[in-house]
Ligand binder design. Structure first.
Ligand code: PNS
Length: 165
């Protein structure tokens, strides 16, 4: 069985991520979406919320499994018989960072390959940070995330506003 993982923060999942997930799911028997548990970052959504949004948005893809992980990605790959890491490449600006991660992972675990899927052009500008920036000013995010995720983001910012008052 060929099992791959698409790791990331997914804070929150965007249409760009979902495009990569749909395409990668066709290339492997099983595709894990690995949500990184990273206490150093200050995410908008909790791990459970990010996992739950991803589960909702991938429920029609039977070979996609949403998991969360802590620690080194290559350790998770070795423990779970995962042979490939999938990452999306939006633009040249992503390349240096992605190359460094891929090479680091290769040194630590040469048996695990990294492959890159180029993001579809319509989503090349898109990132979770951009979505949060627009949403924090009550802008229209309907082209950037699916409706359920947009609802979660709107509710999150509304609850934050209530907390400030
Ligand atoms: O969506 P992101 O934040 O760009 O994803 C980054 C991610 C999760 C792929 C990367 O931070 C990661 O794999 N972290 C786990 C820790 C690890 O294995 N680090 C070694 C590679 S530098």
């Amino acid at each position: 069985m060929k099992r791959a993982i698409y790791p990331g923060s997914f804070d929150p999942v965007t249409n760009g991520h979902l495009n990569v997930i749909q395409r990668a799911s066709k290339l492997f028997d099983e595709l894990y979406i690995g949500v990184l548990i990273n206490s150093a970052k200050n995410p908008l959504f909790s791990i459970d919320e990010r996992v739950s949004m991803l589960k909702e948005e991938t429920k029609d893809l039977p070979n996609v499994k949403i998991i969360s992980f802590k620690g080194l990605l290559v350790d998770y790959c070795k423990e779970n018989d995962i042979c490939t890491i999938v990452r999306g490449l939006r633009a040249v600006t992503d390349f240096e960072y992605e190359l460094q991660i891929a090479q680091t992972n290769h040194v630590m675990a040469p048996e695990v390959e990294t492959i890159f899927l180029t993001t579809s052009l319509e989503y090349a500008y898109l990132s979770s940070s951009i979505v949060k920036e627009i949403a924090s000013y009550q802008g229209d995010i309907s082209k950037t995330v699916p409706p359920y995720v947009a609802k979660c983001i709107t509710e999150k910012y509304a609850s934050k506003q209530r907390d400030y008052k």
